[in-house]
Design a binder for this molecule. Structure first.
Ligand code: ADP
Ligand code: MG
Length: 249
């Protein structure tokens, strides 16, 4: 056993002959939070989608706890690797409890009562104790995204992938969602996160990867990356953000 939760080795992926990922390497330890940043279209979502089997790489290897996911059944992979996207895809006709129970009860065969008890606790923790029986349309975007995070956590994933989960939210709702993620990080969850929220990235990350041109152009601790980027391309990228913490450098 490598001791890593996730290992990505020389991962390559192209679409119709256009190279998107051109040899990505990454190894994540248990409890580590890695944030991937980079310009739009650089392949961040493709990277996450390869990790949970939504895309098939052209070459390279992805290992979960030392085992290649290419040799696993995809249902198994997605049980162990949770993913939350920009669009909270809750079932509109089911209340919050129904949405939260579906995976754990159907896929994990856990009892309704046990899952409900865990859901009640988890909702309270993200400030949604009173929303157990609300329908998705009765929730704000920020509330729906918090439910989506709870839903992913109730599957007890080994690894959580978050792809720009606040990108579609009004600014006042971004913080309430990111606070939940900060809380998960403090709990020791292993997470691979794509975000454009640079202050959040600095706060949550153990390590930052800057992706451009299909490659990891720069990689480092957040304090180094955000305040003392080493490459001109990372500096140019960070200059497009207005945040004080970045400008202070
Ligand atoms: P990012 O998330 O960094 O904005 P993506 O991973 O979504 O970037 O996309 C990287 C590149 O791959 C883009 O040029 C995009 O148009 C292309 N791409 C992504 N998915 C597909 C697909 N299913 N078919 C064809 N091209 C795709
Ligand atoms: Mg994307």
């Amino acid at each position: 056993m490598s001791g890593y939760v996730l290992e990505i080795k020389n991962l390559k992926k192209s679409f119709d002959g256009n190279g998107v990922l051109d040899g990505i390497d990454l190894a994540m330890g248990d409890g580590e939070v890695v944030v991937v940043v980079g310009p739009s279209g650089c392949g961040k979502s493709t990277l996450l989608r390869c990790v949970n089997g939504l895309e098939t790489p052209d070459s390279g290897e992805i290992l979960l706890d030392g085992a290649p996911i290419s040799g696993m059944d995809m249902v198994q992979v997605r049980r162990q690797i949770g993913m939350v996207f920009q669009s909270y895809d809750l079932f509109p006709h089911m209340d919050v409890l129904g949405n939260l129970s579906l995976g754990p009860v159907k896929a994990l065969k856990r009892s309704n009562d046990e899952v409900k008890a865990e859901a009640v606790q988890a909702l309270a923790r993200v400030g949604l104790a009173d929303k157990l029986h609300a329908l998705p349309r009765q929730l704000s975007g920020g509330q729906k995204q918090r439910v989506a995070l709870v839903r992913a956590m109730l599957m007890h994933p080994r690894l959580l992938l978050l792809d720009e989960i606040t990108a579609a939210l009004d600014p006042e709702m971004v913080r309430e969602v990111l606070n939940v993620v900060l809380d998960l990080a403090r709990d020791g969850r292993t997470m691979l996160i794509v975000t454009h929220e640079m202050r959040f990235a600095e706060a949550v990350a153990d390590r930052v990867l800057f992706l451009e041109g299909g490659k990891v152009v720069e990689e480092g601790r957040p304090a180094d990356f955000f305040h003392h980027p080493q490459t001109p391309r990372a500096r140019a990228f960070l200059d497009t953000f207005e945040f004080d913490t970045v400008k202070k450098a």
